[in-house]
Design a protein around this ligand. Structure first.
Ligand SMILES: N[C@@H](CCC(=O)N[C@@H](CS)C(=O)NCC(=O)O)C(=O)O
Length: 351
């Protein structure tokens, strides 16, 4: 490389933040959205003027319709934030419920634009099913919710039990793996529908159910007598949840991914739904980039520079979404604390 080229490269790599490097100063402005290549999903979303968000049929804390039929939950709030970021309005989203079995087909066939449905990021789904994961937004692990019995204090104590699981979930395999690894006998009762499973659990047809622990904590509260059920202490697996999109539309994937990361970044920077207007005047360059005051990140994604202002105003930051939906179920943040507080939540650099 010639000396002047090396110096230009060094200037680009090492320029202080906020001050445009000589190379950047001469560079053309961020490309207009159309210059970034096609996004069939985003174009369709814009034309339709709403996002179709695939959710569960009723996972406590993540996606459940309330008494008025309004969808609530962590995944629901993510989709509202996405709608606010992309279309400027958190209400421009339709929620379409799917069972575990149906969810990926709905995405592959284009029935939905994004799946935000307590869905675990796994190798096989990523590689074999033609799916793309946006960003890990919640770290869970599978567990057992069991009918309380004298002496039942851990999962090995379930030897001989009938365990309900839903077909098409990671939990189906986890039950078999756990029984084999611990040389106990578990009789799986595999069902399509969550309501059937809950009925079976609450009527005593199964002794326990296997699901992800946050959802189980919420399920316990739905029992006619919650104290009759116990969430056993074992964390049996890794269940990192991420919104999912179909393969083949990188621009849409990037939008979904960075809206997720930006909700974490907002919490890190103390930007909340309550203070976001004030924060527009923050001198902090990190906050300015997040809120589109500088940097032009929205435009780089092909959307409005106020994308995250709108999203945070609508749904709040990650912590607010957690407090609204999961904390009321008695769930501790645990490893879902920010990395700066000893947890795993970490957004890539906003620069
Ligand atoms: N995170 C796991 C489990 C997801 C899952 O679908 N679990 C079932 C219960 S075991 C569920 O959420 N059912 C709610 C519904 O069908 O609406 C996965 O991605 O496979």
């Amino acid at each position: 490389m010639k000396l002047h080229a090396l110096l230009a490269a060094a200037a680009l790599a090492c320029a202080p933040l906020g001050a445009p490097s000589p190379a950047l100063a001469q560079a053309p402005a961020a490309p207009a959205p159309a210059a970034r290549g096609a996004s069939p999903v985003f174009d369709a979303v814009r034309a339709r003027d709403h996002i179709r968000c695939g959710v569960s049929q009723g996972t406590p804390g993540f996606s459940v319709p309330d008494g008025q039929g309004v969808w609530r939950g962590f995944d629901v709030d993510f989709c509202r934030a996405l709608a606010a970021a992309v279309l400027g309005d958190p209400n421009k989203v339709r929620f379409q419920p799917y069972s575990a079995q149906q969810r990926f087909t709905a995405l592959q066939s284009g029935e939905i634009d994004v799946l935000a449905r307590n869905t675990t990021y796994t190798f096989q789904r990523d590689i074999q099913l033609g799916l793309e994961y946006g960003a890990i937004l919640y770290y869970d692990g599978a567990g057992f919710l069991a009918r309380r019995q004298p002496g039942l204090t851990n999962a090995r104590g379930l030897d001989g039990a009938t365990v309900c699981v839903q077909t098409g979930t990671t939990n189906e395999l986890i039950v078999a793996d756990f029984a084999r690894a611990n040389r106990i006998r578990l009789q799986p009762l595999v069902m399509q529908n969550l309501e059937e499973i809950l009925q079976a659990l609450f009527s005593g047809r199964c002794d326990a159910m296997n699901w992800d622990r946050a959802a189980l904590a919420g399920t316990r509260l739905r029992a006619p007598r919650p104290d009759d059920y116990v969430l056993l202490p074992e964390v049996l697996s890794k269940e990192p949840y991420s919104p999912v999109v179909a393969q083949g539309d990188v621009r849409w994937l990037e939008i979904v991914r960075w809206v997720g990361f930006a909700l974490i970044e907002a919490e890190e920077n103390g930007v909340t739904s309550a203070n976001v207007d004030e924060m527009l005047r923050s001198p902090d360059p990190q906050v300015q980039r997040l809120l589109g005051v500088s940097g032009g990140f929205g435009q780089m994604l092909g959307i409005d520079n106020r994308w995250m202002y709108s999203a945070i105003k609508a749904s709040g930051n990650w912590g607010e979404i957690f407090e609204r939906n999961l904390a009321p179920l008695g769930i501790d943040r645990g490893i879902n604390r920010l990395w700066s507080q000893g947890g795993t939540l970490y957004a890539p650099a906003f620069r």
